[in-house]
Design a protein. Structure first.
Length: 164
């Protein structure tokens, strides 16, 4: 909580909403053998594949906002479960391309349906998915996500004058 404003801060509310959403998605997709993070990966991959793309792990990490190392770990687990295939990129032998298997597509479609139902529930207080309040909320979230955010570096008196 901030010193001057009563009630929760926007950061606290964003954190709470993110946790509420993650928990709800985890519970919804668990019967399909997925976690929220895995769902985020396969659903993004599904959309990219439908658009004709066979993304690399790096491209999928950039798309989802997840760390590349975490995407690699998730991709290995999803490959072991038979939901995705990982292949070397013929244009760059260091890169790994990802694609959903047939089983992965079927599971992902089921998961997307469940998560869309959750999204309708979440957005109902704003009037539903197509409501003006929801569109405004989405615009505000996009603005916040597009803003650069980096931790500030403390002004350490002990290092002043010691650098180049």
């Amino acid at each position: 909580m901030s010193k001057g404003a009563p009630g929760p801060t926007p950061g606290f509310l964003v954190w709470r909403l993110a946790n509420k959403w993650r928990l709800a998605v985890d519970r919804a997709v668990a019967p399909l053998g997925l976690t929220h993070a895995q769902y985020s990966l396969v659903a993004s991959l599904y959309g990219m594949q439908r658009g004709g793309e066979r993304p690399s792990q790096r491209r999928l990490a950039d798309h989802t906002g997840l760390e590349a190392l975490y995407v690699s770990k998730l991709a290995r687990a999803l490959e072991s479960a038979g939901l995705i295939e990982r292949t070397r990129d013929p244009r760059d032998p260091r890169a790994v391309q990802l694609a959903l298997t047939e089983q992965g597509q079927a599971v992902t479609q089921q998961a997307i349906t469940k998560v869309q139902e959750l999204l309708q529930q979440l957005l109902q207080p704003l009037g539903g998915l197509d409501a003006p309040r929801t569109r405004a909320f989405t615009d505000e979230l996009t603005t916040l996500l597009d803003a650069p955010l980096a931790p500030s570096v403390p002004n350490d008196e002990s290092t002043k004058g010691t650098g180049p």
